[in-house]
Write a protein that binds this ligand. Structure first.
Ligand SMILES: [Cu+2]
Length: 221
């Protein structure tokens, strides 16, 4: 009897270890699935709120990081490319530093669309472009350049917010940085004006599709 009891006591810690392992495995799976759902592989309507980095005498400065991913990066035959996140929030009456990491190639702007090669609506009317190696995006290519206009054949996408007069042409395979000043709270539609979509015109999906080449910038008070 005593021997049997001891065996049972010995077996119980083993069951606890097994149970703990199963809980850990389930938790890991949940994290993976959650990451997939909100990351590049899942739906792309993720939102991001700009991170305030300082607030000096009522002037808030915030940072907003966006990534342009290719359909290939999203995997499983997903249509692309897409801005991630596509819906984002920035503080009102603030200076916001926006950094866009563009993994995609250029799709030249031609004809009437060439006007979107010009930077408008940013602080100083400029942006800074730093080439990156897309397979090692922390590796820079060439020197950073500050410019108010990008050659139309180097443009991959644009971040265009018509109601705010903002247009920033995104150089392919680059990290693009610019500052915007925000005003009153509101929800502003943005879209890409570069024909990066499907079809002969490049104006097919995902052009104009929320979650890909269109979305909202919410200016929150
Ligand atoms: Cu685009």
């Amino acid at each position: 009897m005593k021997a049997r009891l001891e065996r049972r006591e010995a077996a119980e810690p083993g069951m606890w270890v097994l149970g703990a392992l199963m809980v850990a495995a389930l938790a890991a799976a949940a994290v993976l699935i959650g990451g997939f759902a909100t990351g590049f592989g899942g739906h792309l309507k993720v939102t991001q709120t700009a991170v305030p980095v300082s607030s000096v005498s009522g002037t808030t400065t915030a940072t907003l990081n966006l990534t342009i991913v290719t359909g290939e990066m999203m995997g499983q035959g997903a249509q692309g490319p897409a801005y991630v996140p596509s819906n984002f929030t920035v503080p009102a009456h603030s200076t916001v530093k926006v950094t866009v990491t563009d993994f995609d190639n250029a799709t030249p702007l031609t004809g009437a669309l060439s006007k979107y090669a010009k930077v408008t609506g940013t602080v100083g009317g400029v942006m800074t472009v730093q080439g990156i190696n897309p397979v090692a995006p922390n590796t820079t290519v060439g020197a950073p350049r500050t410019m108010s206009y990008l050659a139309p054949d180097l443009v991959g996408h644009t971040l265009t917010i018509p109601r705010l007069g903002i247009n920033v042409p995104m150089a392919g395979q680059s990290r693009i940085t610019f500052y915007i000043k925000t005003g009153n709270p509101g929800v502003y539609q943005w879209q890409c004006m570069d024909p990066c979509g499907s079809g002969d015109s490049g104006m097919g999906a995902p052009m104009g599709e929320d979650g890909y080449m269109a979305g909202t910038m919410t200016v929150a008070g």
